[in-house]
Design a protein around this ligand. Structure first.
Ligand SMILES: *Cc1c(COP(=O)(O)O)cnc(C)c1O
Length: 391
């Protein structure tokens, strides 16, 4: 067995005859030309044995799909134009009127908006469950429940759920389990071993790594489930550009290296912030005392990996306006959403307004950091100078 980095570099790929380079070419086409009417009629877009039309795949997108399926430990992969589209696609393909979907209370915000705004219009209901309490999930399961989402950890508040336990509850009742693996990137843990039927990822984050591509992946192991997702994918007309697919392919060989570096830097900063008097709590799953730390250890291993993403809750004596100015005082950490790119990012959040009333235990303002690829010593100095201004 070889390591993830090795697999992502030494991947079975057959270059065009006479051009033996390991890099994958950018293929762009709407139309594929057939040699005869018989060949046109015979070619089946559902099988990856040939090409029929640009929307159904090119050598570039097939290659990316194959590598992502391998990365996640799955069998099939579909590409969509964003991470959010991977979530909405799974819902649209697998749910119908009268069904219910369960999402964690700390779920990626736009997923909640999609459930409230669009699924509701189609007569598909949703409930938000407490991701840290399997009993709460169990009580919400009903004969109408078709799909349950897990997000380890919540991407702003960083609670790491008991994913295997949550998944088991659903699988025992025939409820499909979908897992958003953007944080784990296919590296920190295997989504299928965590109990998922479908694993999605915002390739926008770590797999792209450049902050310049928006894309999502939907990976499955089960042939019949893949077929359902694939047919809906065709009917809905999803496709991704060849240049974007190539940009992700180009970044995959350095995925593990970048993830490790960002993990390492984030832990240095999180540990240091843990000791600062301005900080009430550091939320990082690999940190002792952070919500779900034990679950992180169970899924990722005692010395497991973590993304370069963490949050802090500032002491409640700092008003929201002061925290805004702290964020603006940072020079290397830029104000902006997303993560996984080279530039470190910071966003302040008003969590209480995003949760069920009374369920968020902290009084201070939460600030989320995404650690980029800058020198950790420089990021440390940047946080230090901005914290001094907070005094
Ligand atoms: C960013 C993100 C998404 C959405 O990805 P986009 O490509 O920005 O649409 C989904 N889930 C999680 C956990 C994310 O962080």
């Amino acid at each position: 067995m070889t390591g993830r980095s090795t697999d992502l570099i030494h991947h079975p790929y057959e270059p065009p005859a006479g051009f033996a380079a390991p890099q994958v070419a950018v293929h762009k086409a709407s139309t594929v030309i057939f040699p005869s009417v018989a060949a046109l009629r015979a070619r089946d877009w559902r099988q990856k044995t040939g090409y029929t039309y640009g929307l159904h795949g090119t050598p570039t997108t097939f290659q990316l799909e194959e590598r992502l399926a391998a990365l996640e430990g799955g069998k099939h992969c579909l590409l969509v134009p964003s991470g959010l589209a991977s979530i909405t696609h799974v819902c649209l393909a697998l749910l119908g009127t009268g069904d219910e979907v369960l999402v964690p209370d700390n779920v990626y915000g736009p997923t909640k908006a999609f459930a409230e705004g669009d699924l509701a219009r189609f007569g598909i209901t949703h409930q938000r469950y407490d991701p840290m309490d399997p009993r709460d999930l169990a009580e919400r399961l009903s004969p109408r429940t078709r799909l349950m989402w897990i997000e380890p950890p919540g991407s702003v508040t960083m609670e790491f759920p008991p994913a295997q336990q949550l998944a088991r509850l659903c699988r025992d009742r025939g409820v499909l389990v979908a897992l958003d693996n953007t944080w784990g990137a296919g590296l920190a843990f295997n989504g299928f071993e965590a109990g998922a039927d479908v694993v999605v990822q915002a390739l926008t984050k770590y797999p792209s790594g450049g902050g310049d591509v928006l894309m999502g992946s939907i990976v499955t192991r089960d042939d019949a489930l893949h077929e359902r997702l694939k047919l809906a994918h065709m009917r809905l007309g999803w496709g991704v550009g060849g240049n974007d697919a190539e940009a992700v392919l180009r970044s995959l060989p350095s995925l593990q290296l970048r993830y490790k570096a960002q993990d390492h830097a984030a832990r240095i900063l999180a540990h240091w912030l843990h000791g600062r008097p301005e900080v009430a709590q550091v939320l990082h799953p690999a940190l002792e005392g952070s919500p779900g730390h034990e679950h992180w250890k169970a899924l990722c291993g005692d010395r497991g990996q973590a993304a370069g993403l963490f949050s802090i809750v500032l002491h409640e004596r700092f008003a929201p306006g002061q925290v805004d100015r702290f964020c603006e005082a940072l020079r290397l950490f830029k104000l902006g959403y997303s993560w996984g790119g080279p530039v470190s990012l910071v966003v302040p959040y008003d969590i209480a307004s995003m949760r069920r009333p009374g369920s968020w235990p902290h009084r201070g303002v939460l600030v989320r950091f995404s650690v980029g690829l800058e020198d950790p010593a420089d990021l440390h100095a940047d946080l230090d100078q901005a914290l001094r201004q907070l005094q």
